[in-house]
Design a protein around this ligand. Sequence first.
Ligand code: ADP
Length: 176
Amino acid sequence: MDKELEGRIEIVEGDITKMEVDAIVNAANTSLLGGGGVDGAIHRAAGPELLAETRKIGGCPTGEARVTKAYQLPAKWVIHTVGPIWSGGNRDEDNLLASCYRNSFKAAVEIGAVTIAFPSISTGAYRFPLERATNIALSETQSFLHTNQSIKKVMFVCFGREVHNKYQEAFKEVFT
Ligand code: ADP
């Protein structure tokens, strides 16, 4: 185990809309106007003011991130990032997904977040292979945490047993 990171990464099974952290990350789409999956769940739980704010932002390119307030959610902020749609692996999907994590961390530092929760970006409707995405998520997190001291806790909120198992396996590979 990487001693320096011990205790700063947590993998849980659950619903990200319930997380009492400074910032939750949303796997949004380029319109930022809401959608299915985790995006829909976040908009429903945050209430209509979230859509009013994302409408003003006017969209977000793939791989980038934008911050809004979290309204009715227990979190303080929502970091909306747009994951790549998987199309076989030759369309820069790996780099774009890594950028989502890097830009979300950058946004989290800018707003002063100490605790942050991520869903498994791109692995639902966008069909990015789960194991590949999980390895990218954890290795980007490891690199980031080595350069940063302000973020004390990164949570991976896994929706369902399959995602949870995959994160736990990848966690062992990356950190042992
Ligand atoms: P994408 O379009 O980026 O693939 P999805 O929302 O379709 O985004 O799926 C991303 C991941 O989020 C999937 O693992 C999905 O099961 C998960 N997910 C869906 N609802 C929630 C939720 N309420 N909390 C955490 N994760 C969720």
